[in-house]
Design a protein around this ligand. Structure first.
Ligand code: ADP
Ligand code: MG
Length: 315
């Protein structure tokens, strides 16, 4: 019997909760809890591809780079910070999985693939950067960065100036064949962290990193299609997607058909920048693959993979 393939997309909250400082230890502690869940899936015979957000982490690394500039150490571009965090989080997830699997008597290989994701230079997102990164600065600082580095900065509702970067659509996962190869050998793969490192093809046909942030849920969907996942699971911090969210008539969605979910999406029930991209990713997977996708909270990973808990969207 071939094993069921699951793509699991972990939200940033799985690793760094709002209000936490983000020390190595606290992040590792959160990953440990998640790893236990993931190992229960491996025990059941699921083949896992794990992907994760990196918003809080990449923000931290970016700041560290900026701070080190004052010491004369050149700062690395944002796409390189993306690579740092893929490696860092991959390391932490690998270690926690190894330890938890050992307890469960499992011996699967686990590997992180530093993943580049191709975007198009013609993506309309490049004409309209929307994703704020890093801290707030003064107008002078912002103007200087705009002139000197050609960056885009925007004033954020009276709180100061922030750099904004484009959020283009993921087109192709560059390392996809290597990822498939690892999966086919039974390796648990961690890939495309933070939505992948955005790259484009320059005029000589060479890959080059570009400062942008690819949405991790959309990148995860791309991955789920590419590796022909049997089920696509997005784990976040709420057990269900809701309509009329946070209103007196809020209603949690459990089992729902594609068409109905699409209708709710078009009606604007899911917030841009949080639940919106998750629902968009799920709709795309169910529509294109004619298979089920689930959005739920972290502690329900196993039941989600079995399609028996959470917001379960079916064709
Ligand atoms: P992640 O780090 O997992 O990507 P996000 O914060 O981006 O998490 O998205 C999850 C959040 O989306 C939830 O904590 C919830 O507050 C918010 N949210 C917005 N709209 C909805 C909705 N319609 N139903 C449920 N949650 C929603
Ligand atoms: Mg998110």
């Amino acid at each position: 019997m071939t094993k069921k393939r699951v793509v699991i997309a972990l939200g940033g909250n799985a690793i760094l909760q709002p209000g936490q400082k983000g020390t190595f230890e606290s992040q590792l502690e959160n990953i440990k809890i998640t790893a236990k869940q993931l190992v229960s899936l491996v025990e059941r015979g699921y083949q896992l591809l794990i992907t994760h957000g990196n918003g809080p982490q990449v923000g931290q690394v970016y700041l560290q780079q900026k701070a080190a500039e004052k010491e004369g150490i050149p700062s690395m571009p944002l796409h390189a910070c993306g690579a740092f965090t893929q490696g860092l989080l991959g390391y932490m997830i690998q270690q926690c999985l190894f330890n938890e699997m050992k307890k469960a008597g499992l011996k699967n290989n686990v590997a992180t693939v530093v993943t580049q994701v191709l975007v198009s230079k013609d993506d309309p997102a490049f004409k309209n950067p929307t994703k704020p990164i890093g801290p707030f600065y003064s107008e002078d600082h912002a103007k200087k960065a705009m002139e000197e580095f050609g960056e885009v900065w925007k004033e954020d509702s009276g709180r100061g100036w922030r750099r904004v970067v484009p959020s283009p659509e993921p087109q192709t996962i560059i390392e996809i064949d290597a990822i498939k190869e690892l999966l086919s050998k039974g390796t648990i793969v961690i890939a495309s962290g933070g939505g992948g490192i955005p790259v484009f093809l320059d005029e000589n046909g060479e890959l080059k990193g570009i400062d942008a942030v690819i949405d991790k849920d959309l990148a995860a969907e791309k991955m789920a299609e590419e590796i022909d996942a049997d089920i696509f699971v997005i784990l976040t911090d709420v057990p269900y997607v809701a309509i009329n969210y946070k209103k007196p008539d809020q209603k949690n969605l459990m089992n729902i058909k594609l068409e109905e979910m699409k209708k709710f999406y078009d009606e604007g029930h899911f917030k841009e920048g949080s639940m919106g991209p998750k629902v968009k990713a799920v709709l795309k997977f169910v529509e294109n693959k004619k298979r089920t996708a689930v959005i739920t909270s972290l502690d329900n990973a196993l039941q989600a993979a079995e399609g028996i808990f959470g917001t379960v969207v079916s064709p």
